[in-house]
Design a protein around this ligand. Structure first.
Ligand code: B3K
Ligand code: ZN
Length: 880
């Protein structure tokens, strides 16, 4: 397969102004007729140019150009292109074709799953519906007519407003939808099925009433309340924070059970994985509720950042994704607890994006080449992209950032633009020079910032020396220094942040926090009037997506863990202290010695547990040890068994030593839990999170009392947050109580696919040695289907991505299993197969034996004669 390159971008030779699409859904064939009104693009030269359209997996039946049906000799149909005669001026083209949505297991384009037809067109799915210039810089006004059997498909939806409905012969009916906003084909959507609908409304701040509708499988209407409330909160927030109002009369969401990703922002008709819509306290955890809120917001926010202003080409994907993730993160921070939100976003970035940025598939936030664009919907484009926008926000300040957004919209509403256009608007609105900052878009790899300091008690100066280095990544052997904003404070011995004054400044204005910008390879900053014993608090709020190597002693970290006024800094200090201790335990185990947990960690936990100023949600984050994969990354070689053993031992010691503390906390929090657990306030969710953390430590202690409490809490009549908290706590135990609790859960929920996914993930994520055999057996479970991505992610992904110690079994059995599943899946759904390949790509992180077994598995995959380009791209990069 040939790579596509950013440097080869050329504007489209023809533009399309309007599309009239007719889709006749039928059991054998679906007939699609497209009437395109187009013209030559003045920005792409003049004179006649052939019309070249994209198309895939369809049968072309007729082409009519300006009223004349073309003979077959007048056009060429290739595997992926249709080439028509050269055209100079305006033209009208009619394309008639046939497709088979019922056979479309890739879930791209128009597909049928169960009794529902729906679409997924981003990035390049529209070309599976009709021949079209399927690229985001071609924007047209769409009118869509859908025809289908009325009884089986009573609901017919597309983007925009419904302008006509009516009856047809043979029990069929039709609906016509018109979307007045010009849009690229990737934002096209349609749905046909038998769906229940919940309706609500929203009055925008300028007083327009918008109808809100959520469509779900009949029977699920009662589980849409949270999504609807989340939608209304998002609409309000976007008006308040950015002045963005919704622009159509109706906003629709459809929940579908077979979906490749989380959701899709199609104009006026968002389509969602049902997992991110359906929720009630019996079936969804607090984490599920929060994810739903975040994703509903994310898709809604795309209406301005993505739809009104879209991407010129797919290399610019982060233009809409990084910005929209930043917006949804800020929304969630405003709705709940900012510090807790920041901690969980940073944890995701470090656990998934940092490894990507350090491995063979590393790419810049704005990639410059791809084979399959679907492989670039990555944590780098999304989460690191959001961090890049956040740094702009930090450098410009909230008011400057808002001015930049206003200018961005004023300049580019209705256009398809680039990341550079976004940065230019930020610069022009504020006068801040971001020319070097643009490197954040083009340079891959996670920079390391080194911080060393020295305090001179005589002059009361603290010299802080900062330097940066970014490792080489594929295709980028050397790197330039980038501007790195570092939020900095000095915490005095009494625990209070000190007023800051830099050398040479007449006075610091009393501020206790500064944004230092490290824009060279190295620099030294001097603070004056610094009393002895002050400890720097660096990278506060995680102000840049970097690895920080700071010269903190264990005592400094223990101090910051109790005193830092920045919530992220406080959490980070305890994480760093724990990481050091856990790595020392891994070292001991490797040397054949017993692993002993540093007592300072236990003491820091004890102190935090006793600190009643802390919000429960934050405390539960503070008391979570770094995960196995973070510890693995911190090592040159990820010794999976020792990492697992060290972490389990640390949890046992913390559980046992502080048992009385955990138990008192658990009792106090459980007493506060109202029967039913339906209180979804931030505070109540925080209490449940902390109670679950306490319970897990009690179980980890090994004391019978912990197990007894967990077994009681796991009873399937409880609310899902509590039941799952208990099952997670019990899941690794080799005890009949664990099996019984899981079996009861299964029996209660086996007919509810989304809840059954939780059970699949628990089974697949258990550290018990029989887990792989269990997973293999569950491939035959009646509730499992390789065609439904949620099932695949829960069961197969739950094992390969969620269970490092078993997936990386030294005998290579986990890798063999994954290779087999990837190949089976690739024939059905290449996009999901490519995702599932990911756990193999970082084979260099493991010992020689595992590395060899992993590359063997990758070779087995890549040698498949029918491999998709999706999986080929990942596997070939991994082996390069
Ligand atoms: N824009 C979609 C993702 C499309 C993925 C295509 N493989 C969802 C989102 O980011 O909001
Ligand atoms: Zn998005």
């Amino acid at each position: 397969p040939q790579p596509v390159r950013l440097q080869d971008y050329a504007p489209p030779p023809h533009l399309i102004d309007s599309v009239e699409l007719t889709v006749e859904l039928g059991d054998d064939w679906t007939k699609v007729t497209a009437i395109l009104s187009g013209r030559r693009n003045p920005a792409a030269g003049s004179g006649p140019a052939p019309i070249v359209l994209d198309g895939q997996d369809q049968q072309l039946q007729a082409v009519t150009l300006d009223g004349r049906r073309l003979a077959e000799s007048e056009y060429q149909v290739g595997a992926e292109k249709l080439t028509l005669p050269a055209v100079d001026g305006p033209f009208e083209l009619m394309i008639e074709g046939r497709i088979r949505p019922q056979d479309n297991t890739a879930l791209e384009g128009l597909y049928r799953s169960g009794g529902l037809y729906c679409t997924q067109c981003e990035a390049e799915g529209f070309r599976r519906i009709t021949y079209y210039p399927d690229r985001p810089d071609v924007m047209a006004v769409f009118t869509v007519r859908i025809e289908a059997d009325k009884e089986r498909f009573p609901v017919l939806l597309a983007n925009g407003n419904c302008v006509e409905t009516g009856e047809l012969p043979f029990g069929r009916h039709f609906a016509v939808w018109h979307d007045p906003f010009r849009k690229p084909a990737y934002l096209f959507a349609m749905v046909a099925g038998d769906l229940g609908c919940v309706e609500d409304s929203y009055v925008t701040r300028s007083g327009r009433e918008v109808t809100l509708r959520i469509y779900v499988d009949p029977g699920n209407e009662g589980r849409t309340g949270h999504a609807m409330e989340s939608l209304k909160r998002s609409m309000r927030w976007d008006e308040e924070v950015y002045g963005f109002e919704y622009d159509l009369d109706v906003f629709m969401i459809v929940a579908v059970s077979a979906f490749n990703m989380g959701a899709m922002e199609n104009k006026g008709l968002n389509i969602f994985n049902d997992k991110f819509i359906l929720a009630d306290p019996d079936t969804a955890t607090d984490g599920d509720f929060q994810r739903i809120e975040g994703i509903v917001a994310h898709e809604y926010f795309h209406n301005w950042t993505g739809n009104r202003i879209t991407c010129r080409d797919w290399f610019q994907l982060s233009l809409k994704e990084g910005l929209t993730v930043f917006r949804d993160q800020e929304f969630s921070a405003d709705m709940h607890d900012r510090g807790v939100k920041r901690v969980s976003d940073v944890r995701l970035l470090r656990t998934v994006q940092f490894p990507e940025d350090a491995g063979p598939t590393a790419h810049p936030v704005r990639p410059d080449t791809y084979i399959e664009i679907n492989n670039f919907y990555t944590v780098t484009v999304y989460e690191k992209g959001s961090e890049v926008v956040r740094m702009i926000h930090t450098l410009l300040g909230p008011d400057g950032f808002r001015k930049g957004m206003d200018l961005y919209v004023e300049r580019h509403d209705g256009q398809a633009v680039t990341c550079d256009d976004f940065v230019a608007a930020m610069e022009d609105a504020t006068g801040v020079d971001l020319s070097r900052f643009r490197l954040w878009y083009s340079q891959a790899g996670t920079p390391t910032v080194t911080a060393r300091w020295q305090h001179d008690p005589a002059t009361r100066r603290l010299d802080l020396t900062l330097s940066q280095a970014t490792p080489s990544t594929p295709g980028q052997p050397t790197k330039q220094p980038m501007p790195i904003p570092l939020r900095t404070a000095l915490i005095g011995r009494n625990g209070a942040p000190l007023p800051l004054r830099l050398d040479g400044e007449p006075d610091g204005g009393g501020a206790t926090e500064r944004v230092l910008v490290l824009d060279e390879a190295a620099t030294t900053v001097s603070f004056v009037d610094v009393p002895p014993g002050a400890v720097p608090s660096l990278l506060r709020g995680f102000s840049a997506p970097v690895k920080l190597d700071a010269a903190w002693s264990e005592e400094d970290l223990a101090f910051l863990a109790g005193a830092d006024d920045d919530p992220f800094g406080r959490w980070e200090a305890l994480q760093s202290l724990s990481t050091r201790a856990l790595l020392a335990m891994v070292g001991a185990l490797r040397a054949g010695k017993p692993a002993v947990l540093d007592q300072r960690v236990v003491e820091a936990f004890r102190a935090s547990l006793a600190d009643d100023r802390l919000e429960p949600a934050f405390l539960s984050e503070l008391l979570a040890l770094p995960g196995e994969s973070l510890l693995g990354q911190a090592l040159d070689v990820w010794h999976v068994d020792e990492v697992h053993a060290a972490r389990a031992e640390a949890r046992r010691v913390i559980g046992e030593t502080l048992f009385d503390g955990w138990s008192a906390l658990y009792e106090r929090l459980s007493a506060a839990e109202p029967a039913g657990g339906a209180d979804l306030s931030t505070a109540a969710m925080g209490r449940r999170a902390l109670a679950n953390a306490a319970l897990a430590y009690m179980v980890a202690s090994g004391r019978e009392e912990g197990i007894r409490l967990a077994v009681a809490q796991a009873r399937p009549d409880g609310t899902m947050t509590r039941v799952m908290g208990a099952l997670v706590a019990l899941n690794d135990l080799e005890r009949p109580e664990r099996d019984a609790a899981l079996a009861a859960f299964h029996d209660r929920w086996q007919n509810d696919p989304l809840v059954l996914d939780k059970w699949f993930a628990l089974k697949a994520g258990s550290a018990r040695t029989d887990t792989l055999d269990q997973v293999k057996g569950l491939l035959e479970h009646p509730g499992f289907s390789i065609r439904i991505p949620n099932r695949v992610r829960a069961l197969i992904g739950g094992f390969t991505a969620g269970n490092p110690v078993r997936f990386h079994a030294a005998d290579g059995s986990g890798y063999d299993f994954l290779a087999e599943q990837v190949l089976a899946l690739d024939a059905i759904n290449p996009q999901v197969a490519a995702r599932m390949t990911q756990p193999l790509v970082r084979w260099r992180k493991f010992d020689a034996g595992r590395g060899k077994a992993m590359t063997d598995a990758l070779r087995r995959i890549i040698h498949s004669p029918t491999l998709s380009k999706d999986v080929y791209e990942i596997a070939s990069k991994a082996l390069a």
